[in-house]
Design a protein around this ligand. Structure first.
Ligand code: HEC
Length: 232
C-alpha cells in the first residue's frame, strides 16, 4: 500500500511541477496540450499574402459594393461643409452641437422638422435608446428594470425637459451626450449618423412636450373661480 501513496505523491509532485498551480503567472511559454485557438492561420491587417496573385492580404471591395444604410453624397463635400449623414467631419453646429465653446440650442439649419424627421427619430430612439430609457424616455426600459445599469436617466426630469432649470441640457449638449456618451452611458456617435442624432433629439423634445401637456391637463380641468384647495 505504501508504494501506492508514494506513487501518488510522486505523480502529484510531477503534475504540479510541470503544470504549476492554478492562476500562477508564468514568464515562459506554457505547455499547450490543446492550442485553444491561440494561434491560427490568418492574414494580419495590411500584411502581404503570397496566396493572392497581387500579393496583398487585404482584398479590394467587390466592384459595385455600396455602404449599407448611408447615402453616398452625389458630389465631393467641400472642406468645412456639413455632409448630410456625416461622420467625423469638421466642427459645424450640425456635427458637434457646439458654437465655438458653447452648446447651441435649436436644430441646425441642415435639419428640417417635419413628419418624416420625427418618424425617423422615433424609429431610431426605439432601436438605440428605448432599451434603457424606455419608449417614453422615462428611464424605465428593459435594461433599467433587469440590468445592472441603474438608475437610467429619466429624460422627463426638469434638468432635461425644463429650459428654465439651471442644469438644463440644450439640444447641442444632448447631441454631444448622444455622440460621446456621458457618465455610465456610452456614446452612439459611431453608429448613428449626425442627422439621426438630431432626429432623435427632435423626437425626444416631442416626447417631453407630450409629457408636459399630459401632466398639465388635470390643472386645466379645474374650473375657473373654484376655491384653491387647502395645502395638506
Ligand atoms: C445601455 C443603456 C443606455 C442606452 C442604450 C442609452 N442610454 Fe442614455 N443613459 C444611460 C444611463 C445609465 C444614463 C445615466 C448616466 C449617468 O448619469 O452616469 C444615461 C443618461 C442619458 C442622458 C443624460 C446625461 C446627462 O446629462 O446626465 C441623456 C440625455 C441620454 N442618456 C440620452 C440617450 C439617448 C438619446 C440614447 C439613444 C441614442 C441613449 N441615451 C441610449 C443608459 C443608456
Amino acid at each position: 500500500m505504501h508504494y501506492f501513496f508514494l506513487a501518488l505523491i510522486l505523480a502529484a509532485a510531477l503534475v504540479i511541477g510541470a503544470a504549476g498551480l492554478r492562476g500562477r503567472v508564468f514568464k515562459s511559454t506554457p505547455v499547450e496540450v490543446f492550442a485553444d485557438m491561440d494561434r491560427q492561420a490568418k492574414v494580419g491587417p495590411q500584411a502581404a499574402a503570397a496566396f493572392f496573385a497581387d500579393g496583398n492580404g487585404a482584398r479590394p471591395q467587390v466592384v459595385g459594393t455600396l455602404p449599407m444604410g448611408f447615402d453616398v453624397p452625389a458630389e465631393p463635400v467641400a472642406d468645412g461643409a456639413a455632409m448630410p449623414d456625416g461622420f467625423s467631419l469638421p466642427d459645424s453646429y450640425f456635427n458637434s452641437g457646439l458654437f465655438g465653446e458653447f452648446y447651441g440650442d435649436g436644430l441646425p439649419e441642415e435639419i428640417t422638422v417635419d413628419a418624416s424627421l420625427l418618424a425617423r427619430g422615433k424609429d431610431r430612439f426605439g432601436i438605440y435608446c428605448a432599451i434603457c430609457h424606455g419608449e417614453s424616455g422615462d428611464g424605465n426600459g428593459v435594461v433599467a428594470q433587469f440590468g445592472t445599469m441603474r438608475p437610467v436617466a429619466n429624460l422627463h426630469e426638469a434638468r432635461f425637459a425644463d429650459a428654465s432649470n439651471p442644469e438644463f441640457r440644450p439640444n447641442g449638449e444632448l447631441f454631444e451626450i448622444i455622440t460621446k456618451g456621458r457618465g455610465r452611458m456610452s456614446g452612439y456617435g459611431s453608429v448613428l449618423p449626425a442627422s439621426d442624432r438630431w432626429a432623435i433629439i427632435a423626437h425626444l423634445r416631442a416626447l417631453q412636450a407630450a409629457q408636459a401637456a399630459g401632466s398639465a391637463a388635470p390643472t386645466e380641468a379645474v374650473e375657473p373661480g373654484a376655491p384653491p384647495s387647502e395645502p395638506q
